[in-house]
Design a protein around this ligand. Structure first.
Ligand SMILES: Nc1ncnc2c1ncn2[C@@H]1O[C@H](COP(=O)(O)OP(=O)(O)OP(=O)(O)O)[C@@H](O)[C@H]1O
Length: 600
């Protein structure tokens, strides 16, 4: 009894700020090194979300500056809509305060913890208040706040608040100082690069303690933020249903039609019939047993899936390729966006890309880029459903080796877009093992695997043919010499024939009786566009290109023609001149071009 009394005297509630101060690893602040990445990630995610909501092309500055031997100032500034001065202290000085928690739509931030956790971490390690500057438009003044969090109550403490002059019309700037190191600089750069890949509409400039990096935008298309939808009857749990029912003053039928996505007149009638309740009944009076019957009926009746096109914003195949192309040099890349699917009433879309060759490392595991709602996932690769699904694919059947994920010069990108990404923890590092999600990833990987296999076999076949052609060509000069000996004639030039066998573009210039003849033959497998400069001197008055002639410019001493030539066909131009000049061809890869100037 005495012990119970003693314990009773020690009981007290804990504020959420106190809890996370002690359990900062849950929010991605497990080490000072990681703290820097988590802070930048949270702030940049917020900037991108805010710009999307305001339909602004994001322009984001990320700065890291060493201010003391192990203290760094982190700055993230955006051109977003800004935050009103009344909201600033809560956004940055109160955990679990945000605008997105109750909305069912794809967004980077969800819980309203992210950036305030960084402020908490700063006050824990250096005690220096976070500085926030924000302005909501040119008609409004800018405000500067110095903020801390009152840990015991999870309320903001405003250390200083002032109106200031800021040359930015709208946007937000956050400065946070904490103990850290730049040991994870490579990972930070990966984070910025990957963010830029899946947000090709954003421009990100970074100054990492004097080291400048620019991630330019590859698209000027403003991303429109997805719209929030009502909960789906298959995705709701009893607690939420109880709260919604208590707050509503509608009849049961109206409640179902207005409060849930995809429930129409017919579905509502069906649900009500199965539940055994009356459709005119007010939902606010429903008892727990009645709510349970209602929930079970809602989950039994078949209802169309949630309207994914409204609430999700996939990147799209073209944009994924643009994003990859601007940040990586590859020989091959293909992207796929799958149709939307549903898990537990939550719509989701899987998109993926596969890249090969170029400057990718040919040894070791493939580069696997994991994304959730356009945010790169940098930690816990092994615990993530994306990695698991990619490892389940039999990559050997697509001519790749694998140790779990594929090995070799391969890059794989997987994006999970959902109204509710099932993360394994609050630090949002890894996607939980949900069968529906893993199945979609496997299907998209198999699809892309087939595309890659086709590319690799085409490439190998071309390589084989090239090797054979090279072997034949190496014999040609000897054969020509032998034949010329037999027929007692000078040995012919074998270069044009070699070029034909090696599938090259052959450009020939020859002057016969004062008429200059230019012939360009395309022996490659694809059409070529060439620009021909004939630098011949003389009175070039009669330009007569025979086929595909599109343009002649310049003066008579310096002619320029443009021609599109199909595979295994030739283009010819003639004109009168003295023929003492040279021939210059552009538009064809030098290794693929053979120029024969017979006048030279
Ligand atoms: N740069 C910004 N511009 C405009 N609004 C912002 C900005 N940063 C934060 N906000 C607002 O502050 C809210 C809280 O941000 P916070 O990072 O704490 O949480 P979140 O992004 O909603 O969720 P999560 O904890 O999952 O990251 C956001 O929901 C948003 O409304």
């Amino acid at each position: 009894m005495d012990l119970a009394e003693e314990l009773a005297s020690k009981q007290r509630s804990i504020s959420v700020a106190e809890f996370f101060e002690k359990n900062k690893h849950l929010l991605g602040f497990d080490s000072p090194t990681r703290g820097i990445i988590t802070t930048i990630k949270e702030a940049v995610d917020n900037s991108l979300d805010a710009c999307e909501e305001a339909e602004i092309l994001p322009d984001i500055y990320v700065g890291i500056k060493k201010t003391d031997k192990d203290v760094f100032r982190i700055i993230v500034e955006d051109n977003g809509p800004g935050i009103t001065p009344a909201q600033v202290p809560f956004v940055f000085g109160k955990l679990l305060y945000g605008s997105r928690f109750h909305q069912i739509r794809q967004s980077r931030g969800q819980q309203g913890i992210g950036i305030s956790a960084a402020v908490l971490y700063a006050q824990l390690t250096t005690g220096i208040p976070a500085v926030v500057t924000s302005r909501t438009g040119h008609k409004n003044p800018a405000y500067r706040f110095e903020l801390l969090i009152k840990t015991e109550t999870n309320e903001p403490e405003i250390v200083k608040e002032e109106e200031i002059v800021w040359d930015r019309m709208h946007g937000t700037r956050i400065e946070i100082e904490f103990k850290s190191s730049l040991a994870a600089k490579k990972r930070l750069l990966d984070y910025l690069r990957y963010t830029s890949v899946v947000n090709p509409h954003a421009r990100i400039r970074a100054d990492i303690d004097g080291d400048l990096h620019n991630f330019e935008r590859a698209s000027d298309e403003v991303i429109i933020a997805p719209k929030a939808i009502a909960p789906h009857p298959h995705g709701i749990e009893l607690g939420l249903l109880k709260r919604m029912a208590a707050l509503s003053d509608k009849s049961l039928k109206e409640f179902l039609i207005d409060g849930f996505s995809r429930v129409g007149d017919k579905n509502a009638d069906e649900i009500i019939a199965i539940s055994g309740l009356k459709q005119t009944r007010k939902t606010s009076g429903l008892k727990i047993e009645e709510l349970k019957s209602l929930l079970s009926a809602m989950q039994t009746v078949s209802v169309p899936p949630p309207p994914a096109s409204q609430c999700l914003s996939p990147i799209g195949e073209e944009m994924i390729i643009k994003g990859i192309d601007k940040e990586f040099e590859l020989d091959f890349v293909k992207a796929k966006t799958r149709k939307s699917q549903v898990f537990s009433g939550n719509p989701f879309i899987i998109e993926a890309a596969i890249g090969y060759g170029g400057k990718l490392e040919s040894e070791g595991s493939a580069t696997l880029m994991r994304f959730a709602n356009r945010v790169p996932l940098l930690y816990q690769q092994g615990a993530c459903a994306i990695t698991n699904a990619v490892s389940q694919v039999n990559w050997r059947s697509y001519n790749l080796s694998q140790q779990g994920i594929p090995t070799g010069p391969v890059m794989i990108l997987v994006h999970v877009a959902s109204t509710n990404v099932p993360f394994t923890s609050e630090s949002k590092d890894a996607v939980a093992a949900i069968d529906e999600i893993e199945k979609e990833i496997i299907l998209v990987m198999q699809d892309l695997g087939r595309e890659l296999k086709n590319f690799l076999s085409r490439r190998d076949k071309n390589k084989q043919e090239e090797e054979r052609a090279r072997a034949v060509c190496s014999l040609l000069p000897d054969i020509a010499a032998k034949v010329s000996e037999i027929v007692e004639k000078p040995a012919p030039d074998t270069a044009p024939l070699e070029a034909q066998i090696m599938r090259k573009v052959v450009a020939k210039k020859q002057t016969i009786n004062g008429i200059v003849e230019i012939t360009v033959s395309n022996h490659t497998r694809s059409p070529v566009s060439v620009t021909v400069y004939n630098m011949s001197e003389g009175s070039a008055v009669d330009a007569k290109p025979k086929t595909d002639f599109t343009d002649v410019i310049g003066n008579e001493y310096n002619k320029l023609w443009k021609a599109d030539i199909e595979p295994e066909s030739a283009w010819k131009a003639t004109y009168s001149g003295t023929g003492s000049g040279t021939l210059d061809i552009r538009g064809v890869d030098e290794k693929k071009l053979v120029v024969v100037d017979l006048d030279a």
